[in-house]
Design a protein around this ligand. Structure first.
Ligand SMILES: NC(=O)c1ccc[n+]([C@@H]2O[C@H](COP(=O)([O-])OP(=O)(O)OC[C@H]3O[C@@H](n4cnc5c(N)ncnc54)[C@H](OP(=O)(O)O)[C@@H]3O)[C@@H](O)[C@H]2O)c1
Length: 296
């Protein structure tokens, strides 16, 4: 199958391209720089430029692009960039796909479990749960809505609501590992808040599933079936690194260090992948120890 991927240079995107290619798919990478390889085609979301000629016979399009959420303090200006980069690029791509004489069957666009808000306590959240409050929840709703042109053109639009993606070399574990390796890592706040991680390996498998399986449409939580407390996550991580787990990191320290983004680490989101499971997807790393081991 021919599959186009935007945001393919990132943590998830580079693993996805490798996963698709090793499964025998032909990948067209939509890149924002001058193409440097035969499988790259330039697009410019800001100028609204999409290389339609390179998307001929593409059966699936995956869009993962947007300014990295953890790359900066969440100032007002940075929040605008986070929002704009996702809404603009999704709108441009979704609209362009409608102009193809043969449209792709499926458009998979990234979203995030932040859809459910910063803090839902112990509530079990599946795709039927309503959206939450706050910046990320609003961003995710706008992001999912931005794919509307593709939906209106009868392309099956899937929203992959990623949890904390854990894998080698990046993602949510990257800022934690140096601390835990030094034996300085502890849980955040009271440690009782739920985290909903997913291994990078299963993230790629889930994206492939949405692309390959006919009939997938709508939101899909891409989180392992067994969310854990932050305290349990920290305990397993410290044990796997053979390090003691030390004092908790207080909420105010996180607030000072990373600003509003700390609410994402201190809030509780207990998200389960009901629709992926119902569709027959099986996680190879369903619980936290396997997820952490897959990354180390
Ligand atoms: N990793 C996680 O735990 C996690 C959790 C929830 C949601 N997500 C979402 O899933 C997506 C993929 O995650 P990731 O961890 O792979 O992110 P990432 O490593 O930050 O990669 C995102 C990619 O987006 C592209 N990009 C950067 N700025 C852009 C802009 N202004 N406009 C359009 N594209 C831009 C870049 O690719 P190019 O340079 O190739 O265009 C970049 O490599 C992101 O949208 C992220 O918000 C990730």
């Amino acid at each position: 199958m021919r599959v186009a991927v935007a945001g393919s240079s990132g943590f998830v995107g580079s693993a996805l391209v490798a996963g698709l290619e090793s499964a025998g798919h032909e990948v067209v990478r939509l890149v924002r720089h001058a193409p440097a390889a035969a499988n790259e085609a330039r697009w410019d979301p800001e100028q609204g430029v999409v290389p339609l000629a390179r998307l001929t016979d593409v059966e699936a399009v995956v869009h993962l692009g947007g300014v990295n959420v953890g790359s900066h303090r969440w100032t007002r200006r940075f929040k605008k960039e986070l929002h704009h980069s996702r809404i603009r690029s999704t709108t441009v791509l979704a609209s362009a796909l409608t102009g193809l004489s043969v449209r792709p069957r499926v458009f998979v666009c990234a979203s995030a479990m932040g859809y459910y808000g910063p803090d839902r306590g112990r509530e079990l959240l599946d795709e039927e749960s309503g959206p939450g409050d706050g910046f990320l929840a609003g961003l995710c709703q706008d992001w999912e809505h931005a794919a509307q042109p593709a939906r209106a053109a009868d392309i099956a639009v899937c929203h992959s609501r990623f949890g904390l993606v854990i894998g080698p070399g990046g993602g949510a574990l990257k800022p934690l590992l140096p601390l835990f390796r030094l034996g300085l890592g502890g849980h955040f706040g009271n440690g009782e808040q739920f985290w909903s991680p997913v291994s990078l390996h299963d993230t790629v498998r889930a994206l492939r599933f949405l692309v390959e399986q006919h009939g997938c449409v709508g939101p899909y939580n891409v989180t392992a079936p067994e969310p854990v407390s932050n305290g349990e996550f920290s305990r397993v991580l410290a044990a796997e690194l053979h390090r003691p787990r030390l004092l908790p990191v207080p909420g105010f320290a996180l607030q000072i260090a990373i600003g509003q983004a700390s609410s994402e680490l201190l809030g509780s989101l207990r998200v389960v992948p009901t629709r992926l499971s119902e569709a027959g997807f099986e996680f190879e790393h369903p619980e936290v120890r396997a997820i952490i081991r897959s990354a180390l």
